[in-house]
Design a protein. Structure first.
Length: 373
């Protein structure tokens, strides 16, 4: 059943691209072998498809194919990376630095590690959602083994200066991890130039399938060590055992290829839509944009509306959100907006709109017309 609702919640998930679906289909019905089956053609074919996909994904972020492992998504990648790095390096130090506005997947892992003896520093953000680089530098101690800063925030779209953070980590010989779930596939990402040592991302945020993600782990300068969290078999450099989702991996690779190929066209199209949306809304007295307007994802608008406007009435016609899809079941106010200094009432009246290449200017105009009424 097709919903008669206009979709503005693309930071939660995206429609799978038709080219991606087409690339995946043969791996459900024809080339359905297990990539770890080494004795027959079905397995060889599946393994070759995975190898080719690794190359396509590696090209998007400028890494080597052997520096990627596949997971079920960014949440699993984050768990493998943060827990595995801590356990691998805890004899050298027990201190981790992260940010109060990180995704709950990251914050929950840190809370668990604190119970196991880790010392975690949570950096503040200013009213625009940006961290203070000086505060980060001052937080570093001789026991700091890991710094984790989200590349682009899922609720506000605020982009941190990850290249500067990566450079600090390289100079201080500290592992730099970034949750790039909202960044990869939307922004230019180069793990070498940005000095990223370890990075999580997920296919369904940029028109790939759900249920497949990747973890980048640098192999040299420095070589990042991660202790395995699933102790069975010897798959994926002994870090993540289990049968590979070949169709999903092929789909993720195709989504990466399209994101790289059509980057400027997509950027221009979505920027035009978002800019029109925000410029029209700013005529409303008492309305403000949450998060910096200088360094933000081109597809994301987090808007604080005046108290008298009840946007929930529009949810019958338009899909948008009050924050992260992963925490939508929680009754507590957004921890991201609270960290930026918003009151509970202001958070309650804030909504996230995230656009994709499939949105149109007419859809935005339809929303604005409904809002005006």
């Amino acid at each position: 059943m097709k919903l008669n609702t206009i979709y503005f919640d693309n930071n939660a998930t995206t429609r799978v691209d038709d080219e991606v679906v087409e690339a995946m289909l043969p791996f459900f019905t024809e080339n359905y072998g297990n990539a770890y089956s080494k004795l027959h053609a079905f397995g060889w074919q599946a393994n070759a498809a995975v190898d080719m996909a690794k190359g396509q994904i590696a090209s998007l972020i400028n890494c080597e194919s052997g520096e990627l492992i596949f997971t079920s998504g960014a949440t699993e990648s984050i768990n493998i990376a943060i827990t595995g790095i801590y356990e691998a390096y805890k004899t050298k130090g027990d201190h981790i630095i992260t940010v109060r506005t990180e995704h709950k997947a990251m914050l929950d892992v840190c809370a668990l590690l604190e119970k196991q003896g880790a010392k975690v520093t949570y950096l503040n953000v200013d009213k625009e959602g940006v961290i203070d680089i000086e505060e980060l530098q001052n937080a570093i101690t001789d026991k700091t083994i890991l710094i984790s800063v989200m590349a682009a925030n899922n609720e506000t779209g605020v982009v941190q200066d990850i290249e500067k953070i990566g450079q600090i980590c390289r100079e201080r010989k500290i592992i730099f991890f970034t949750d790039a779930t909202q960044y990869v596939g939307k922004m230019r990402c180069d793990v070498v130039e940005q000095h990223i040592h370890c990075m999580a991302f997920s296919a369904h945020k940029f028109h790939g399938p759900k249920g497949v993600g990747a973890l980048y782990i640098r192999r040299k300068d420095p070589r990042v060590s991660i202790k395995s969290q699933i102790n069975e078999g010897s798959h994926q450099i002994n870090l993540r055992s289990g049968t590979l989702n070949v169709a999903g991996i092929v789909g993720m690779a195709k989504a990466c290829e399209i994101a790289q190929r059509d980057y400027w066209e997509i950027n221009e199209h979505i920027s035009k839509i978002k800019n029109h949306f925000e410029h029209q809304l700013l005529d409303i007295e008492g309305l403000t944009i949450n998060g910096t307007t200088r360094n933000r994802l081109y597809n994301t608008s987090n808007i604080k509306f005046p108290q008298q406007l009840n946007l929930k009435e529009l949810l019958n016609h338009f899909a948008f959100s009050s924050g992260s899809a992963c925490t939508s079941f929680e009754s507590t106010p957004s921890h991201v907006l609270k960290a930026m200094g918003l009151s509970d009432e202001e958070v309650k009246n804030s909504y996230r709109f995230s656009f994709s290449k499939y949105n149109t200017l007419d859809e935005v105009k339809a929303f604005l017309a409904k809002l005006q009424k």
